[in-house]
Design a protein around this ligand. Structure first.
Ligand code: MG
Length: 223
């Protein structure tokens, strides 16, 4: 006779618990008219650079706070704090992503009612952050040209769950075999409603499309 084995699917349980808390966070953000965006991407894709550039360009028009998530170190938080915006550093202690529980802890230390925008820089990788709903209102993935044009196909979940995809470092297009049209086509297959912005934080090319989108979202969230 086969012994009965009880199977407990911990992953399912944790994910559904996380989803519940993420919905609660989203409801609270909507109530307080704050836009919270979650920026994801590989290490070196330009997450911190895009945040710095965004703060430089529109930072004086809005009340903005930044949440920096890293396995350890304060390097990005220190860079951001030079611009004089409130920064919260989340140390995930080895975890490869931010979950709703961690985000709730981070926003507890911010005065949300006094803010227009909160930017979360997630831990750098294209896998785990895509699996975990943080409670953010908008999810953004950055793919930089030097990473190669096969990444949307290799990490499909990330490109399927994000409303916005930023193709960054387009100033590298002269040096790399990066087929932008093909990448955009692949992204659209995974998520036909996604918005794709092509830009360079170095030359500012294309930056206005990202900023226009973000400013519209801030306004929509505030009303
Ligand atoms: Mg960074």
């Amino acid at each position: 006779m086969t012994k009965k084995i009880r199977l407990i699917d911990i992953k399912e349980e944790i994910l559904s618990e996380n989803k519940g808390l993420a919905e609660k966070i989203r409801a609270s953000l909507r109530k307080q008219n704050v836009l919270l965006i979650n920026i994801m991407g590989s290490p070196g894709s330009g997450k911190t650079s895009l945040i710095l550039k965004t703060l430089e360009e529109i930072g004086s028009n809005y009340k903005i706070a930044v949440i920096e998530a890293d396995i350890e170190t304060m390097i990005d938080a220190e860079n951001i704090s030079r611009i004089n915006v409130p920064v919260v550093q989340l140390h995930t202690g080895g975890f490869c992503h931010v979950d709703a529980n961690m985000l709730e802890k981070a926003i507890e230390s911010l005065s949300l009612d006094k803010l227009d925008l909160v930017i979360l820089e997630n831990v750098g990788n294209l896998v785990c952050p895509a699996e975990s709903d943080t409670g953010a209102l908008k999810n953004i993935a950055i793919l930089s040209v030097p990473e190669g044009d096969d990444k949307a196909l290799k990490y499909p979940l990330m490109f399927a769950v994000c409303e916005v995809i930023v193709i960054n470092k387009i100033d590298y297009l002269h040096y790399e075999d990066f087929n932008t049209e093909k990448v955009m086509e692949n992204i659209k297959i995974l998520n036909k409603d996604s918005e794709i912005f092509r830009l360079s934080c170095k030359t500012n090319e294309g930056l206005e499309h990202w900023l226009n989108w973000l400013e519209k979202e801030i306004k929509d969230a505030s009303s």
